[in-house]
Each structure stands twice: as C-alpha cells, then as structure tokens.
Write a protein that binds this ligand. Structure first.
Ligand code: ADP
Length: 173
C-alpha cells in the first residue's frame, strides 16, 4: 500500500501544546506528516516563518515521521506539492467548526481527492490559543504550562526585546 501522507497547515505563531498534541496524535495516524507553516498570511506575526519552522521542528524532534516547512498559498496546493492526500486541522470550539467547515468545503471543491481530517482538541487545550499565549507574555504572565519549553524560551527572549506587545495586539488566531 502507498504511504499515507498528511499535511498539518497553520500559522503556529507560536506553536502551543495544543498544536503539538495534534501533531503527536497525527504522527500515530499517518506514515508521514508535513507541518506547513504559512508564510504569506495577511496577519502580522510575532515570529517570522523561518523562526516558526525552527520552533516547531525543535518541539517535535522526538517524532520521527514529522517534517516541517513553510508554504505559500493554498493548503491543497501545498498538499499536492508534498504528495499528501489528507489535511489535518484541530477543532476547539463551535467557532473553529464554522471556519473549518467553510474552508473544508472550499478545499473539497478545489481538490476532491484530498480528504480533510479534523482532530478534536484534548480537553486541557480547549481554551488554548497562540493569541492568548502572546497576550499572557505581553503582560508578564508565565506561559510554561501552555507551550513547549523551547517556545517559552523564545517568547521570553522576544518580549525582552520589546517586540511582543506589538505582535500580540495585531496578530490573532
Ligand atoms: P490558523 O491560522 O491556520 O488557524 P493556527 O496556528 O492558529 O493556524 O492553528 C493551526 C491548527 O491548529 C488549526 O486547525 C487550529 O484549529 C488548530 N489548533 C490551534 N490551537 C489548538 C488547540 N489548543 N487544540 C487543538 N487544535 C488547535
């Protein structure tokens, strides 16, 4: 049987424990998972695409079948580029569902052969988002419970340079 390859696209600004939980669960479902870090997003990010790739790579280095790279443009185009037949997305609340339902239908129209796979968040990550993490850091609160250790460190360094406050107010997820 051919290899089952999936992409997990997102902005990951920064990667959180909610994201890495989805990656770990996906790595057990598929032969290979390519995490796609969106490059040309309308939203302003705190970390540039290369930084987000290296944060995610480091956070997932214990998983052997995971690859991380940047992508521009449509999810389905990225999926085709890496030979993936599945697109993974995480779902937290009903608000996620509405957005994902619309995007999933769009993807199905564009590429009927590519299947969307939705993984429900683990309850402990239900209220966890990259935006909330950035807000906490901007106000000096600890985030070690919510993000991988390497990300906590990068956030600390970034906020030390005064860069986080701007990003936290403009970026959202
Ligand atoms: P995007 O900008 O594409 O929504 P994100 O980086 O915010 O990218 O999220 C990438 C994916 O991870 C999305 O499918 C999102 O719903 C999912 N996700 C984000 N946070 C969590 C979480 N706490 N638990 C489960 N899935 C999550």
């Amino acid at each position: 049987m051919s290899e089952r390859v999936a992409i997990y696209p997102g902005s990951f600004d920064p990667p959180t424990n909610g994201h890495t939980d989805i990656v770990e669960r996906s790595s057990r479902l598929f032969d290979r998972v390519v995490i796609g870090v969106g490059r040309n997003l309308a939203k302003k990010t705190v970390f540039d695409a290369d930084e987000r790739v290296s944060l995610m790579r480091d956070a997932c280095k214990h998983l052997k079948n995971i690859d991380v790279r940047t992508f521009d443009g449509l999810q389905v185009t990225f999926a085709r580029e890496v030979g993936a037949s599945f697109i993974i997305r995480g779902i937290r609340a009903l608000s996620d569902f509405e957005f994902e339902f619309e995007m999933g239908n769009m993807n199905r129209t564009l590429a009927p052969g590519i299947e969307m796979v939705y993984l429900m968040t683990a309850p402990e990550y239900l209220f966890l988002s990259a935006s909330r993490v950035k807000e906490l850091v901007a106000f000096g609160a600890p985030v070690d419970k919510y993000v991988p250790a390497n990300v906590a460190q990068a956030l600390k360094a970034h906020s030390g340079q005064g860069g986080l406050r701007t990003g936290a107010t403009e970026a959202n997820d």
